[in-house]
Design a protein around this ligand. Structure first.
Ligand SMILES: [Ca+2]
Ligand SMILES: [Ca+2]
Length: 461
């Protein structure tokens, strides 16, 4: 009989014995240990028997876990269906085209930009329109099974039989935002940029929402994120640049221009040489290998490169090292042997490059031992000599930690800052604080616009 290791952990005595046994200690004889294990298992089995309640008793416990939302008692599905039927009478042959779907979405009590997912889920993509019967059959099923917005949204977007959404499932919705949002009129004419914008928004959604890094967003992840609020806001906010979380055109423009500058041959891939030019080589080269290597492990070094989607993750992580995803991103890059902790060897590996760069700039670097002391003071890891992801998230200074090890410019910036001035800033600023990423994107956008204007003047004059 197998017993789970979690149950073993609940018995401290046994754990100690196990540990001793593992170290080959003579104090615990195998026969004695086996006896002990058997006694422990018996206790476990007995406890389990007590857990099993008779069926009658089980039924009296009210259900409290609703993965697809808690059903609303007084929600009248038939009344909603009647309203939809009525709305369809206005359309020719009681069939809704894509243009009619905004109205249908509102009748269904959905945000306006759910219109294309609604259209596609009812089969409209294939035939170009949706009949009242097909639409009602689809929507009734969703209303009966999904009781909150996250699970409805997921059901509309996901492939049949899937309990998650993947990147490509978002394409129709975001392409529709490009086609119809008043804040993107100018982008509509530049069809060659549509896929770039769509890719950027999808990557940003996965960056923020897909906390499990699986490439599959679940309804729980949607619920925990601000995705649906942002999609709902598209309807109210004409200036798309206000939606800095995912949809901002300015943010897209900055990311894309940065990529374009590095991708000199414009084959939509950048290699290590290209990446070395980012921020005039603020990033040391070991880290650059890691960024590129982590994605293309199996390829020989020379062929390794990253595409645009990976670049979106890199740039956002690089410019804002305070978010959960960013901390995880850099942790993964630094954990060279993939054992889930950062060893002192791994820290030294990256710091060596940093020292070389500092020496080139005629700045004398701190010896590694001193730097290590500072870093350990900053992070205060639970286990000596090992830094875990949890330690880094808890210390609230992960950005300083990472920059010290592999970003010269930002490391020097942190060094020069008076720690008290940062605190003062926090107290004095009113209104919502900008994130590091938002601040970077706003500055870069201004620079790019100024550059463009200067170019125009040059060409005209
Ligand atoms: Ca290239
Ligand atoms: Ca490691």
């Amino acid at each position: 009989m197998m017993i789970k290791d979690t149950s073993l952990r609940q018995d401290p005595d046994l754990r100690k014995e196990l540990a001793l046994l593992a170290r080959g200690c003579d104090l615990v004889f195998p026969s004695r240990f086996k006896k002990r294990l058997k006694a422990f298992q018996q206790v476990q089995v007995q406890a389990k028997k007590e857990d099993l309640l008779p069926p009658a008793l089980r039924e009296t416990i009210p259900r409290f876990y609703f993965p697809r939302g808690c059903p609303k008692l007084n929600y009248n599905i038939d009344a909603v269906i009647a309203r939809i039927e009525n709305a369809f009478t206005e359309f020719e042959n009681e069939k809704a085209t894509l243009e009619d779907m905004g109205k249908v979405a509102k009748v269904c009590d959905c945000p306006f930009y759910w219109k294309v997912p609604l259209f596609c889920a009812a089969g409209g993509e294939r035939t170009g329109c949706v009949s009242v019967h097909k639409f009602i059959a689809m929507w009734r099923k969703i209303l009966q099974n999904c009781h909150d917005d996250a699970s409805k949204f997921l059901r509309l977007l996901a492939k049949p039989g899937c309990s998650y959404v993947e990147q490509e499932d978002f394409i129709p919705l975001i392409q529709d935002v490009v086609n119809t949002h008043p804040g993107l009129t100018f982008l509509r004419e530049a069809a060659e940029f549509h896929t770039r914008y769509v890719t950027t928004v999808i990557q940003r959604i996965f960056y923020t929402v897909n906390r499990s890094w699986t490439g599959r967003i679940t309804s729980t992840e949607i619920k925990r994120s601000c995705l649906l609020q942002n999609i709902a806001l598209l309807e109210e906010e004409e200036d798309i640049n206000q939606l800095t979380e995912f949809f901002s055109y300015e943010h897209f423009y900055v990311i894309y221009c940065k990529f374009w500058e590095l991708d000199t041959d414009h084959d939509l891939y950048i290699d290590q040489k290209d990446l070395a030019r980012h921020n005039d080589d603020g990033k040391t080269s070991s880290m650059k290998w890691q960024i590129i290597g982590s994605r293309w492990d199996k390829k020989p070094h020379k062929e390794r490169k990253i595409g645009y989607a990976d670049f979106v993750w890199f740039l956002i992580s690089e410019e804002d090292k305070t978010t959960q995803t960013s901390i995880e991103y850099w942790f993964r890059c630094m954990d060279l042997d993939g054992d889930g902790v950062l060893s002192m060897y791994e820290l030294n590996y990256f710091y060596e490059d940093q020292c070389k760069k500092l020496e080139c700039m005629s700045i004398e670097p701190l010896p590694f031992e001193d730097c290590l002391c500072q870093l350990l003071d900053l992070v205060k890891p639970v286990c000596e000599g090992k830094i875990t992801l949890h330690d880094l998230k808890k210390c609230k200074m992960a950005n300083v930690f990472f920059d010290t090890l592999f970003n010269i410019d930002k490391y020097l910036e942190h060094e020069q800052k008076d720690p008290f001035s940062i605190q003062r800033q926090d107290v004095e600023s009113d209104g919502p604080e900008l994130t590091d990423w938002e601040r970077f994107a706003a500055t870069e956008y201004e620079n790019l616009v100024a550059e463009e204007a200067a170019n125009d003047q040059w060409n005209d004059g």
